[in-house]
Design a protein around this ligand. Structure first.
Ligand SMILES: NC(=O)c1ccc[n+]([C@@H]2O[C@H](COP(=O)([O-])OP(=O)(O)OC[C@H]3O[C@@H](n4cnc5c(N)ncnc54)[C@H](O)[C@@H]3O)[C@@H](O)[C@H]2O)c1
Length: 361
């Protein structure tokens, strides 16, 4: 890795908000092969406190200063969704690799511009769908790829719980806020229906893509009860399989998230937990040839730490990041198709995401 002492990827963190305090900063303190070199946040008070707590001296209120810092190899963008693409484009133009929070954007047109920039610069861009780096989901992905053969039936469900604020308050340190935080002109959380779909289904659809492959069409319905939403839909996979999904926000019971994939060679069941537990997904992988089920043990199971290590490896060893900019675009296109199907009542075809063989590097 050019210009990186000891092969350590020097990360500049953009954003000291909730996800950085709860997940990225603790993960940066532990991840191997990365070092938190600098932090940027427009809220000076928050920046100074977070910098002091994390022993970081290179603190910037302006993003251009972070991007101009030659001690920074890559940026981790932990800012609201509408900022993802503009901030990622600036970083690539400044020669920095990018790890950007999910969803890649709040619209697919902007994602396409980012795809072009990744292709042109040859820099790495990884999307923060960290569940791929949960060892249970990673195992399920490999088992499906290597042992299942053609997939014909897929289910995915993700039910956020009404009790999440209480669970998070129990698990996580108190959140530091600032009155000076940089916010989008229109608050994305103002439209609860849209926000609930985009923020949660980015994980659900990324996992479905990762486990069962590209999706070519969707037919979806939405039920709404005050501030509660439930999307259900039928998914047509590019390889011929069919699937269904449910996204419910919020249910009056515990969190539940899972995936079931059936193929010619067996089946895989995945049960996934709130990521802040750092508990690996429970997986039962059935191999029909030996009539045997396997349940792996997930040792290093903090998905936020694992995604950082995978990102550093992708940069260091010139590997394709996972998920990459094409996966991020594919997820945004599925979400847009779900919205269109709910509005029109029709089956919506999803444009295929074309990945040039050399462009994911
Ligand atoms: N991976 C996950 O499971 C997960 C969970 C929660 C949130 N997220 C994602 O993380 C992202 C951030 O969410 P959050 O709740 O932490 O946001 P937040 O609004 O709490 O924090 C964002 C911070 O970034 C700073 N900021 C934004 N733009 C800036 C700029 N141009 N220059 C300097 N500072 C800037 C703000 O001042 C703020 O402190 C969202 O995209 C969200 O979808 C991911």
């Amino acid at each position: 890795m050019s210009g990186c002492p000891n092969d350590t990827l020097r990360i500049g963190l953009l954003g000291c908000g909730a996800i950085s305090q709860f997940a990225h900063l603790p993960a940066l303190a532990k991840a191997r092969g990365v070092r938190l070199a600098a932090i940027c946040d427009g809220a000076e008070d928050l920046l100074q406190t977070i910098g002091r707590r994390n022993g970081v001296q290179r603190l910037y209120t302006r993003y251009e200063e972070l991007l101009g810092d030659s001690e920074v190899d890559a940026v981790l963008i932990a800012a609201p969704d509408p900022f993802h693409v503009p901030l990622a484009l600036e970083a690539l133009q400044a020669g920095k690799h990018v790890l950007v929070e999910k969803p890649l954007s709040d619209n697919s047109v902007d994602c396409e511009a980012l795809v072009r920039a990744v292709r042109e610069t040859g820099l790495k861009l990884q999307v923060g769908c960290m569940k791929r780096h949960d060892p249970g989901i990673a195992y399920a992905h490999e088992f499906i790829r290597d042992r299942l053969g053609p997939v014909f039936s897929v289910s995915g469900w993700y039910r956020d719980t009404s009790f999440r604020p209480a669970i998070q308050e129990t698990l996580l340190p108190p959140l530091l806020n600032s009155a000076h935080s940089v916010r989008p002109r229109v608050d994305p959380k103002g439209d609860r229906q849209r926000y609930s779909l985009w923020t949660h289904s980015a994980h659900l659809f990324d996992n479905l893509l990762f486990l069962a492959g590209p999706i070519r069409a969707v037919t979806a319905k939405l039920a709404r009860l005050d501030e509660r939403f439930s999307w259900h839909g039928v998914l047509e996979f590019a390889d011929g399989g069919v699937g269904n999904f449910e996204l419910s926000v919020k249910v009056n019971e515990g969190w539940s998230e899972g995936y079931i994939v059936h193929g010619a060679g067996g089946s895989v069941h995945v049960e996934t937990f709130i990521p802040f537990y750092h508990r690996p997904s429970m997986v039962r992988a059935f191999d029909a040839s030996g009539a045997l089920s396997t349940t792996p043990l997930g040792e290093h199971s903090n998905p936020f730490k694992n995604q950082l290590e995978a990102f550093a490896r992708a940069v260091r060893e010139d590997l394709p990041p996972s998920p990459d900019v094409y996966d991020g675009l594919a997820v945004v296109r599925i979400i847009e198709a779900v919205e269109r199907s709910v509005t029109s009542g029709e089956r919506i075809e999803i444009p295929p995401t074309v990945r040039p063989t050399d462009a994911s590097r």
